[in-house]
Design a protein around this ligand. Structure first.
Ligand SMILES: Nc1ncnc2c1ncn2[C@@H]1O[C@H](COP(=O)(O)OP(=O)(O)OP(=O)(O)O)[C@@H](O)[C@H]1O
Ligand SMILES: O=C(CO)[C@H](O)[C@H](O)COP(=O)(O)O
Length: 294
């Protein structure tokens, strides 16, 4: 937590939609004149694609079929924790990019599946914005979750998450159906041990739930549309959340629990804007006060 150098973290599994939510935040930042350093969790993978394949093969030879990008061995959790700590203290830090496909790699003249060099974050940013797999991870060695001022979980119901991953990985990352299914299976123990627990320490969770039949996600040809889903939004601490305002502004929304509002799928982005814009105003006000600028 830092008044001078706040951190927002969006955490969710691969294919959950954290990059999509980041675009909503980018719109809020542009509209509100906030300069955010946006970083991607995949930058904190420990290995590039070739090294990862080799490590997986070595582990498999030892009988471990579950060495995965969701767990601590394949990621730099300490470095991520250190970035959050350093940014919260100084507004500075270093980051890099993991280039997933040709399109991402081309501007850097690099191969897909490689990292760009570590670089300093731009100077004078108002806040750090993380989107990725481990923004709220806690293990016996690290506690990343202690640093963000706002922690948001993106966790669609699992069938929907798998449909989103399958379709995205096949169309944008050129993987076969079998390769994506193999990855889902490989990651399952780390999913249970390192991804799911994060949603118990986040401040707000967004869970998109399909209202069409997704019983066999492995044969779905399309991602259920906004009209074919609802979004369950749960606040860990509902005190101070103006539910009557949200209910009046979001057509078709309703409360399912005292801390939970349900909105039509197509209103998820509107809900995020209404919920988070005031958060960002408050963060910016606190920052200005802490820096003696207000
Ligand atoms: N609210 C939504 N409605 C419809 N489609 C969505 C929604 N959110 C995400 N998707 C789709 O799901 C797929 C995965 O989303 P996205 O790339 O944002 O996931 P991610 O969590 O960033 O994944 P990764 O961490 O693996 O990069 C994309 O094809 C995206 O268009
Ligand atoms: O999106 C992901 C995790 O968030 C990818 O699965 C991960 O970055 C590994 O990518 P690849 O296997 O294509 O090298």
């Amino acid at each position: 937590m830092s008044e001078k150098h706040p951190i927002i973290a969006i955490t969710g599994s691969s294919g959950a939609g954290t990059s999509t939510v980041t675009r909503t935040f980018a719109n809020i930042f542009r509209r509100e004149g906030v300069k955010a350093a946006i970083i991607e969790g995949d930058s904190f993978h420990r290995y590039d694609r070739k090294e990862m394949r080799q490590r997986m093969a070595e582990e498999e030879a030892k009988g471990n079929r579950h060495f995965s990008h969701f767990g601590p061995e394949a990621n730099l959790f300490e470095e991520l924790e250190n970035l959050f700590k350093t940014y919260a203290e100084t507004g500075r830090g270093r980051c890099r990019k993991y280039l997933h496909n040709e399109e991402e790699a081309a501007p850097y003249g690099q191969e897909p599946g490689t990292f760009t060099p570590w670089e300093d974050l731009p100077p004078d940013t108002d806040m750090l914005f993380y989107e990725g797999l481990h923004g709220a991870v806690v293990t016996d060695k690290v506690n990343v979750a202690q640093y963000p001022d706002l922690l948001i979980g993106v966790a669609p119901s699992i069938n929907l998450e798998w449909i989103q991953k399958l379709i995205r990985d096949k169309t944008q990352r050129r993987y076969s159906q079998e390769a994506v299914v193999d990855t889902i299976l490989r990651r399952m123990p780390d999913y249970v041990n390192y991804i799911c627990p994060q949603f118990a320490v986040t401040h707000v969770n967004f869970q998109r739930v399909p209202v069409v039949d997704t019983s066999n996600p492995f044969i779905a040809r399309d991602i259920p549309t906004a009209d074919e889903s609802v979004c369950v939004i749960r606040f860990a601490k509902p005190k101070g959340i103006d539910f009557p305002y949200l209910l009046s502004m979001i057509d078709g929304s309703w409360m399912s629990r005292a801390n939970t509002i349900v909105v039509p799928g197509g209103k998820m982005e509107l809900a995020m804007q209404l919920i988070f814009t005031p958060f960002i105003w408050r963060m910016m006000e606190r920052r200005r006060r802490a820096l003696g600028l207000a």
